[in-house]
Design a protein around this ligand. Sequence first.
Ligand code: WTA
Length: 677
Amino acid sequence: MARVSNNMSTETKSAAPKNITSYLQEHRVFKPSKEFSAQAHVKSFAHYKKLWNESVKHPERFWGRTAKQELVWFKPFGKVLQWREPFAKWFVGGKLNVSANCLDRWLGTPTANKAALIWEGEPATDGKPGEERVLTYRQLHREVCRFANVLKRNGIRKGDRVIIYLPMVPEAAIAMLACTRIGAVHSVIFGGFSAQSVADRIQDSGAKMVITADGGYRRGAVVPLKKNVDDALLIKDANGHSLTKTIEKVVVLRRCGNEVHIAEGRDVWWHRELEYVDANCPAEKMDSEANLFILYTSGSTGKPKGILHTTAGYLLGAKLTSKYVFDLRDDDVYWCTADVGWVTGHSYIVYGPLANGATALMYEGAPNWPEPDRFWRIIEKYGVTILYTAPTAIRAFMKWGDQWPKKHNLASLRLLGTVGEPINPEAWMWYHRVIGGGRCPIVDTWWQTETGSIMITPLPGATPTKPGTATLPFFGIHPEVVDDQGNAVPKGSGGKLVVRQPWPSMLRGLWGDPQRYKEVYWSEVKGSYFTGDGCRQDEDGYFWIVGRIDDVLNVAGHRIGTSEVESALVSHPSVAEAAVVGRPDELKGQALVCFVTLKTGQHATPELKVELRNHVGKEIGPVAKPDDVRFAEMLPKTRSGKIMRRLLKQIASGVEIKGDTTTLEDFSVLAKLASDE
Ligand code: WTA
């Protein structure tokens, strides 16, 4: 069992790790201030340790108690956990509803008239400020009920899958909550994804409906969301069969006023549909284990994985972590800058904050539009107290310069958070100093789409932090760093990060593919959940994530499977073979470098490079556009024909080629690749 050290040292004294190279030594420790601790939910490190020890020693007792305390049930649950590895059922027999836990429970309390969502639109191109909207809990409840009735009117029933492909507008949250209200399963697709990605996700989920908008604003331009959906609905597979034949209805929100095609009988306008419904829609009594949502994420094979989350466990995880990690108080204005298309937006814009009765801010646009002070302007305007963002954004802010945050009064901030990738200590220090004014604790939160909620994190009033580490496990979570045999490695050594016990908000499977679920997460290390991340623990037991160990890259905080990009490249008629690797990038964490061999008769031209970049953008979405395309005559392969990515990675990063090359089939390939810059 991982143990939290009793005598927290003020300095990390750990020896150099053996298995991980290029690890930086970090000695700074930041203790929570007395003032912060005094008003926090967990006020001391000793208290955290006591609660954590208890929670992992008797996990069912801990989770059973908190599920009763934190959630509102229509029918109480019986057994806390039924575990038949790798399939978990939590809070067996209980009935509840997610939207009722986020909304109805606040009616009749003072929270009913409190702002649930504060929304700031993107500023217009003519320099006019963005629109703003505030929805109180009562208003949000009403909008959710009305839209839930629209879903029903258009044939959506319990268990049906609904695709949500919207910009960052309050309707995205309304649509999600409306689905949960009637027991429909939503799958939100990030607005930056392409028609092909939408079609693939419709096909995999068997969705009946798409909820979209005419368009979404991005840096003054209109992203044609409805047009993308129209295109998606025309895509056919190699045999000429439609990928999207399950779709019966498309609901279209008017956002940008751009012209769109409306297919009679299939497409309906959001605002017109509202005319036919009232605001009376009782919440469906859902089983604890009813499917709640599917969210697609990159895996190490070409096909995105449909991560499946269920009702009670997910909600409990999102609610409990929001409360303790962000130390939510009634007067907070909390801002998570993620997009609702990612899991962070699900858990920490919508479900976690609302289940706590908090005020969540939502911003439609980009951080540097129209100027790089956008975030700081918003923080000053609304008096934001908690900011949760990503290291890639922090590095961009650093690059744009201190003058932008300095223009604004950021004194309202009391807590900062980061998520998505390891944060380099330099960025951590900048965040602490320039944004936090040296007074705000930073919670570096490690988790995944699969884990549903934050797993490794400081508690801001309790845990001393060190720049670059997510520190220690949340309550009820038991992570460990292990070797290939699954044995815990000594402190200071690198290994694979696993989680030893099931937890309520863990994924319940991959949509339609239980076998792949077993293989990906539960076969690598016997009896444990395998995260795919490399990690080491320091002397204080702090977890230092060193990045992915599978073929998944982390580009600007987004997981991108190298094989997905390879498949997209190979689908271009000129390409014979492709290998995609990551190269360290100052801003994005990792940049995508593609090595491409062409079919005979095709020519390596600069135009083709541009075309291939755009092709990947079209196939997957702009997030996956390669930063660098390199043509090669051949790729380095082993005798058995496996591409040696390790070598490509070194070439892409411009470092000397090291390690074993004896299995390489043809040495001349390396020299050619290295010279072909
Ligand atoms: C990485 C995002 C270091 C990690 C919530 C993980 C992090 C993957 C951190 C999940 C962090 C996330 N420190 N690495 N604080 N947070 N990661 O599914 O590699 O988009 O496995 O979930 O991001 O990415 P996902």
